[in-house]
Design a protein around this ligand. Structure first.
Ligand code: ATP
Ligand code: IP8
Length: 262
């Protein structure tokens, strides 16, 4: 297989997460899609996209308490509502990618994945490998899943990305979000926060990394960094709000955000 890149599009970029509204940022999403398309014309790589949820997933998941396990029947309805909302978002992302000429297709996590105590323990990838091999771009997302211990649970895109990167032997992971990378403290709360160009197991302890400032049931930035630090593959957190950076990252440019490597 050609070199594989996994690109995570953060919910804070593609949706109105700041306003807690289940709507997409249409212009930003279309601009990112055209950057991906531009990069794919210049460089032959396989690409898998995973996108986050923003309010499409986090708001109903919180409302129905899906992040704390299955306790009553009302949550079964919540499962269906949350998943359906994620499918709507997924379709909008795929529409944007297809409009830019990319052959993107949905890859639905809840129909194949199983969690155990919030950890992904089963996610068959044979179909995914075939899809990538013929040049399609599978687009997965954070979703509600069966959880063998808790009944139901939330699979964050931030958990799925490192899992797949390892299993599919990706060469690079790019996490596109709404800030320029990881700062020594949340840049949204501290104007003097400093961008940290590289994070490893030695300097992580000195940084104050928080959750998201909006509704987020999966642990926000803190979890992203923790998950990526455990990965043997290099990853980089970049801003997708700055035009051009997604394209640069896909073309192989490094050190444009925060590079994470154990
Ligand atoms: P989603 O989880 O919906 O896909 P996302 O991945 O785009 O969304 P968040 O999980 O909301 O993004 O994480 C991004 C947010 O993390 C930033 O908007 C910022 O406010 C917050 N954050 C907290 N601490 C830090 C830090 N030390 N450095 C950078 N961002 C931080
Ligand atoms: O935004 C969360 O995915 P994430 C998925 O990638 C749901 O953490 C359903 C809340």
């Amino acid at each position: 297989m050609t070199e594989l890149i996994i690109l995570k599009l953060g919910g804070s970029v593609i949706t109105k997460k700041k306003e807690d509204k289940a709507e997409i940022n249409e212009e930003v999403l279309q601009r990112i899609a055209s950057e991906i398309s531009g990069a794919m014309k210049e460089r032959k790589v396989s690409l898998m996209v995973v996108h986050g949820a923003g309010p499409f997933g986090h708001v109903p998941a919180r409302e129905y308490g899906l992040d704390t396990g299955l306790r009553d029947n009302r949550q079964v309805k919540g499962f269906s509502i949350t998943h359906h909302s994620m499918e709507r978002l997924n379709l909008l992302v795929i529409d944007a990618l297809r409009k830019s000429g990319l052959n993107a297709i949905e890859f639905q996590p809840s129909s194949v994945g199983i969690l155990k105590n919030e950890k992904l323990v089963h996610f068959p990838t044979r179909a995914l490998e075939g899809i990538l091999r013929i040049g399609l771009i599978p687009v997965a997302y954070g979703d509600v899943l069966m959880d063998e211990e808790k009944g139901v649970g939330i699979l964050s895109g931030d958990h799925l990305v490192p899992y797949l990167a390892k299993k599919l032997n990706a060469s690079r992971v790019i996490i596109a979000t709404d800030v320029a990378g990881i700062f020594d403290s949340d840049p949204k709360g501290n104007r003097n926060a400093r961008l940290i160009p590289r994070i490893n197991s030695e300097n992580i302890g000195a940084l104050s990394i928080g959750n998201s400032t909006t509704t987020d049931v999966t642990g926000g930035m803190q979890r992203k960094v923790r998950e990526l630090l455990n990965l043997e593959i290099e990853s980089e957190i970049i801003s997708a709000l700055e035009p051009g950076l997604v394209k640069k990252a896909l073309l192989g440019e490094r050190n444009i955000g925060t590079v994470i490597r154990k």
